[in-house]
Design a binder for this molecule. Structure first.
Ligand code: HMG
Length: 395
């Protein structure tokens, strides 16, 4: 049975802040960010956007009436959770008008959560092939202002429909996993910004990749010589180059044959968006699928998912013949091209201002023009709004 990604869509906030201006603010050479880190722009959510609106906006174009009727599970992965109890997926389920006989759950393990979601989705489809699973990776990456992590912030969501006989990517059964209890990056419940030991996080990521790859091979996975492209979790795009160096060390001949081309196209979207935690690997995958000119049909892709704390997983997939006909590349290109640049003051206010106070009642200013917005709270209950016309168009 062939199981995998039948449809995939990206949503990023309508605003960005450029990294060369951030470098100027930090009084450092812009090339540290542009070249050393490999980031050009960071996506910045408006006060009336959160992980729910990003997720619902990413999923909306994928939901026509037939898909709506066949989605039996929603798995939302995030590490920017909005509630300690209720799954953010329930808000998304409601905004999208999905059926009631559907299970909805939130997954958390740092940036790795969406991969656990994708693997569970494949297992569910194998069990009940008539049903589809909606997997959404949605996050806002936020570090302390003026910290070393600030240049690696970003925001965005990727939604995927997992089904039998997928039209885009067939996921292979082989899996290479590696878990290690380590404090490289974490966010205690009382904090809105992450804490990180940057250098340790890079070392553990690379160690995790090496173990996950070996585990994948031991599980019967493809040899590197059979893989054409590699997509890595990209907290910043230079990380893909560092990840590839693991293969240059352990599989020098095969890595040389692949060359930088194996991962360079998968860096393009990430450079213009920034870290989206759970969504970053899938943004790399979309970048590869959307931006590669040659026909990828039949090619095997290796994917490495990493979530601090830490869990790493290497898995692989084959691009399905005819995938281009189902691509949303034009929609993604339009969305990225139409974004608005923020001033430093506006970026600081939106990213670090007290926009979402812990008070019972408040409302957010109307900024986003997306199909869904976060309106504030009444009696501590979060409120969302949808544009009926856009919902109708999608159904
Ligand atoms: P830093 O100390 O500011 O940077 O922190 P640096 O001094 O290490 O420099 C970075 C690179 O820029 C270096 O290159 C420099 O040589 C280069 P590298 O040696 O790495 O190849 N550089 C220059 N290049 C050109 N022109 C110049 C110049 N100056 C310097 N003038 C760090 C960097 C990434 C550690 C920091 O931004 C950070 O802590 N980020 C957040 C943590 C992170 O992203 N970790 C990645 C692995 S963990 C992970 O991926 C999980 C995560 O997504 C969370 C989750 O799972 O939930 C984070």
């Amino acid at each position: 049975m062939k199981i995998g990604i039948d449809d995939i869509g990206l949503f990023v906030p309508e605003h960005f802040f450029p990294l060369d201006e951030l470098a100027a603010r930090h009084n450092i050479d812009p090339n540290k960010y542009l070249v050393g880190i490999g980031q050009e722009l960071m996506a910045v959510p408006a006060p009336d956007e959160d992980i729910v609106t990003l997720a619902a906006n990413a999923a909306l174009p994928l939901i026509d009436s037939a898909t709506r009727a066949s989605i039996a599970t929603v798995i939302l992965a995030t590490e920017s959770g909005i509630d300690q109890s209720k799954s953010a997926g329930l808000f998304v389920h409601s905004l999208l008008g999905l059926r009631a006989d559907c299970r909805v759950v939130e997954f958390k393990q740092a940036c790795y959560g969406a991969t656990a979601g994708l693997q569970m989705a494949c297992a569910l489809v194998r069990q009940r092939p008539q049903e589809k699973v909606l997997v959404i990776a949605t996050d806002i990456a936020r570090y302390e202002q003026n910290s070393e992590g600030e240049c690696t912030q970003g925001a965005g969501a990727v939604a995927m429909i997992v089904s039998e006989n997928p039209r885009l990517l067939e996921i292979h059964p082989h899996q290479g996993r590696y878990s290690l209890d380590v404090m490289d990056f974490w966010r205690p419940n009382y904090r809105s910004t992450a804490l990180v030991d940057g250098k340790l996080s890079i070392d553990v990521y690379l160690e995790s990749l090496q173990h996950a790859w070996q585990n994948y091979r031991a599980d019967g996975g493809l040899a590197l010589t059979d893989i054409s492209y590699l997509c890595f979790h990209q907290p910043f795009t230079k990380m893909a180059k560092k990840a590839f160096s693991v293969f240059e060390n352990i599989e020098p001949e095969a890595a040389k044959a692949l060359g930088d081309k194996a991962y360079s196209t998968s860096q393009l979207y990430g450079k213009a968006i920034g870290n989206c935690y759970t969504a970053s690997l899938y943004i790399a995958l979309l970048s590869l699928l959307d931006k590669t000119e040659e026909d990828l049909s039949g090619q095997h892709i290796g994917l490495f998912s990493y979530g601090s704390g830490s869990v790493g997983e290497f898995f692989s997939a084959t691009v399905v013949k005819g995938y281009q006909a189902h691509s949303r590349r034009q929609q993604h290109a339009r969305m990225l091209a139409q974004r608005t640049r923020l001033s430093h003051a506006q970026y600081s206010d939106w990213f670090y201002g007290n926009n979402q106070p812990a008070s019972a009642d408040y409302s957010t200013p109307r900024v986003t023009t997306g199909a869904f917005r976060y309106c504030g709270a009444e009696g501590y209950r979060r409120l969302y709004e949808s544009t009926a016309q856009q919902l109708q168009m999608a159904s």
